[in-house]
Design a protein. Sequence first.
Length: 84
Amino acid sequence: MLTKIHAEYTVSITDLKKNPQALINDAHGETIALLNRNKPTAYIIPSETYEKLLDLAEDIELGRIIEDRKAEKKEAVEVSLDDL
């Protein structure tokens, strides 16, 4: 079975244990695939990349909420501010 690795750099768990910070530095901000028995078990990504991914996921969720609310608009009842 083929396994796709989504990183330019790979490291074994054994090598990671030796000097994790050196490996991170050597990757120069790129993603590192952590391999266990030659299969990716985790990815090490820079904190900035992780934060951008979280922001993107939040934007996608907000987009879904907007689309859901647009669909509900036809069921909405219009009221004036004075009625509130």
